[in-house]
Design a protein around this ligand. Structure first.
Ligand code: SAM
Length: 307
């Protein structure tokens, strides 16, 4: 199934932008994801195609109108639902024919397996197979609608994983002073922030979110890198990395990493990941300490700590 990204933006030319190159660009060419833009100006009702107006109560700048943005959102919802329905119908037909590799949504184009040369099977982004024999039809019917706003909930790797496991996402990019709040009262929209700083528009945030999702899509990173060890996957930061040359400006790669002893290397990495997290991100460290650990090795470690 092709992961569909719909972006509501006044600057459609910003997409796919940097996501047209490297890993995401290749995945786009291979139709592992699709990028559609919708310009809210198309839903404006005056001859100037205005989407904004002055803030109620006064103050600087302009605010995106709820009525215009809602019309664009409603259009996006309909379009996404249609795409998901047709993907699911294609999945059902393909699975009924017992040919999983050609059952994925390809928008009427060549199947992915033929394009990428890789076998494609119905997998959630965390590597799990869908839970029943009906396969892809178990995937969620709806894609979330996100609005980029500094007033939103901070984006996390866990939320990125959930989004990447679904059929796609609609992202609304703000500009000016942001959105008329009534948009969020009237529509089911998740408000998302990418950090405690102010961008000039939501487009960069949308690119960040999409990049984080796309690398998790099946077949995008390849077998060599599952991403399981990355920072935030297990709450804490990743251990530090080194590569050749062995000595650079008098600094030598830690001896343990040159030892070839895999058990020792794993222990060193775990210890450094924990130490660095404790020092650099006490907030993550606290969460890690409080979270019930599901990994067998982690559980043992915690038990040991308690003794
Ligand atoms: N007046 C708004 C405020 O103080 O909360 C800031 C508006 S900002 C100049 C314009 C747009 O950039 C926002 O509507 C939002 O779409 C986007 N934006 C800015 N900072 C962001 C952040 N940290 N996370 C997500 N989106 C952001």
């Amino acid at each position: 199934m092709t992961f569909t990204a719909q972006i509501l933006t006044l600057y459609p030319e910003m997409f796919p932008g940097p996501l047209g190159t490297s890993l995401a660009g290749r995945a786009l060419a291979e139709r592992k994801w699709a990028c559609d833009t919708i310009n809210p100006r198309e839903f404006a009702t005056d001859k100037h195609r205005s989407v904004d107006d002055t803030p109620a109560g006064g103050g600087a700048g302009m605010v995106l109108r709820a009525d215009i943005m809602a019309a664009a959102v409603d259009h996006a919802v309909e379009r996404m639902a249609e795409q998901v329905r047709s993907s699911r119908a294609q999945s059902r037909d393909g699975l009924a024919g017992n040919d999983v590799s050609t059952s994925l949504d390809t928008n009427g184009e060549e199947p992915l397996a033929a394009v990428s040369g890789e076998p494609v099977e119905p997998r959630l982004s965390d590597g799990r197979r869908p839970s029943t024999s009906s396969g892809l039809t178990d995937l969620p019917l709806t894609a979330p609608i996100l609005a980029m706003t500094p007033r939103g909930k901070p984006l996390t790797q866990a939320r990125v994983r959930e989004i990447a496991a679904g059929p796609g996402v609609t992202i609304i990019c703000g500009r000016f002073e942001g959105f008329d709040e009534r948009l969020f009262d009237a529509r089911d929209i998740e408000q998302v922030s990418i950090g405690d700083y102010i961008l000039s528009g939501g487009e960069m945030g949308a690119l960040v979110l999409l990049d984080a999702c796309i690398r998790l899509l099946p077949g995008v990173m390849g077998a060599s890198s599952s991403g399981d060890d990355e920072s935030f996957e297990n709450v804490i930061l990743e251990y530090p990395q080194y590569t050749r040359p062995q000595i650079w400006e008098g600094r030598i790669i830690p001896e343990v990493l040159r030892s070839g002893d895999h058990a020792k290397i794993a222990a060193w990495r775990k210890q450094r990941a924990e130490e660095d997290t404790r020092l650099r991100r006490p907030d993550l460290w606290e969460r890690h300490r409080d979270a019930p650990d599901q990994s067998p090795s982690g559980a043992q470690e915690k038990d040991k700590d308690k003794e």
